[in-house]
Design a binder for this molecule. Structure first.
Ligand code: HDL
Ligand code: ZN
Length: 417
């Protein structure tokens, strides 16, 4: 394998291996075709992604209800006109739409929404899945699978066949964040629970988790958690985490993915676009990693202010794997800042990005944009050590890149602490 001794060869090698990297996307909201319309795809879904709705509503004084009463096509037409024609589409969410059109080989300069819609006419979802995975080089992606979502649960219980490229993740927000309203659902499903978290109820919650792990074969259990997320504390959430999630996670050797910092529905009128962000308590992450050294934790935090302390926590706990630039952090300026910080504090032992894609097409832009930034930062970090006289072999760059874009995740799943 070639030895790299100069910056020009280094830049070419890093760009080549990053461009070639086969990605494991550890967090998405995508679904196999088994789930029908739950899998969003195509130009109108892309344009009505909730990030663009939030940005559009800043320009409009129409009542939210009026917007929501429009058809999907009417919503897309309004968003297109507002964000792409009446204003320049350089926000990350808008730019992403343009990158998708570009990578699909469409006439971006033409600004002809009708022609973009024509591209999708006659396309089947299976054809488009293959096309998008081919362009984005996403080899494997992790879904978000919530047994409390009726439309989704029925597929799991009746017709799910799956696709080896799509892995499941057992998402349990309702169990943790809304126990008093959601325990009755477990009762409905045959679990002998009551609101009071007595021994029997805790045992039945563990049975519920095990049943869904048997059914979904998830690569991890996950929950999005508020800035106030705290363990230990006298709350149903804290008790369920310690008495149910932690023991089942260890027994079944399935990491618990904590996605911390979401302030739900600060503006309910915006629906899915109405959530915000809050600084969270790193002490809870440190408490869990420290008290449960045999458990594995995947963690991403939503506030920029939490990123440095999360990196430091990962230096202290090998059972903590940091992942992604999540949601309001998935913008070039913050992806660069976080990736630089992580590479400097954690070296190769991090998952720098996930897409969080809700619309299949987004895999194309979210990964195109992130690859470019990760490649640039990685090149600079290699350049710094090259300048000391260290020589880098091409196979070492490929090795590191493969770890960053998926290998670290799969190795973490296999580790036994
Ligand atoms: O909770 C989550 O997984 C978040 O990613 C939310 O789904 C959020 O609405 C989102 O789409 N972020 O990108
Ligand atoms: Zn998400």
């Amino acid at each position: 394998m070639k030895v790299i001794r100069n910056a020009y060869d280094l830049r070419k090698a890093v760009d080549r291996f990053v461009d070639q990297a086969k990605i494991t996307d550890v967090h998405t909201h995508l679904f196999t075709p088994d789930f029908g319309d739950l899998l969003l795809w195509g130009i109108d879904e892309l344009i009505t992604y909730h990030y663009l709705i939030a940005e559009t509503m800043r320009w409009l004084d129409m009542p939210y209800e009026k917007f929501w009463s429009l058809s999907k096509t009417e919503q897309a037409d309004l968003i297109w006109d507002t964000l792409f024609i009446k204003n320049s589409p350089y926000s990350e969410a808008c730019r992403g739409v343009l990158t998708v059109l570009e990578k699909l080989g469409l006439d971006v300069a033409g600004r002809d929404l009708a022609s973009y819609r024509n591209f999708f006419r006659g396309m089947t979802i299976r054809e488009y899945i293959d096309m998008v995975l081919e362009i984005s080089k996403v080899e494997t992606l992790v879904m978000t699978n919530d047994p409390f979502e009726d439309a989704e649960r029925s597929v799991w219980l009746t017709s799910y066949k799956g696709d080896p490229r799509f892995k499941a993740a057992l998402r349990i927000d309702p169990l943790l964040n809304d126990w008093s309203n959601k325990y009755s659902r477990l009762k409905e499903w045959g679990y002998d629970v009551e609101e009071k978290l007595n021994g029997k109820t805790l045992s039945e919650i563990r049975r519920f988790l095990n049943d869904w792990i048997d059914r979904m074969e998830p690569v991890y259990m996950a929950a999005s958690l508020p800035p106030t997320f705290k363990v230990p504390e006298e709350s149903a959430r804290s008790i369920i985490v310690e008495e149910c999630i932690i023991p089942v996670s260890r027994e079944r050797d399935i990491p618990f993915a904590m996605m911390i910092g979401v302030k739900k529905l600060v503006n309910p009128g915006l629906k899915l676009a109405g959530d915000s962000v809050g600084k969270s308590d790193i002490n809870t992450v440190e408490y869990l990693c420290s008290k449960y050294p045999h458990n594995k934790f995947l963690v991403t935090m939503l506030a920029r202010e939490n990123q440095h302390e999360l990196c430091v926590a990962a230096r202290k706990f090998r059972n903590l794997l940091v992942f992604g630039c999540w949601w309001f952090l998935n913008n070039p300026s913050l992806v660069e800042e976080m990736t630089r910080m992580r590479f400097e504090l954690l070296g190769v032992s991090v998952i720098p990005q996930h897409s969080d894609a809700r619309v299949l097409d987004q895999l194309i832009y979210k990964w195109e944009h992130s690859r470019r930034i990760i490649a640039r930062v990685l090149y600079e970090k290699y350049r710094d050590i090259l300048d000391t006289g260290w020589v880098i072999r091409e196979d070492e760059i490929r090795r590191d890149v493969d770890k960053l874009f998926g290998g670290n995740f799969w190795s973490f799943l296999k580790m036994k602490f």
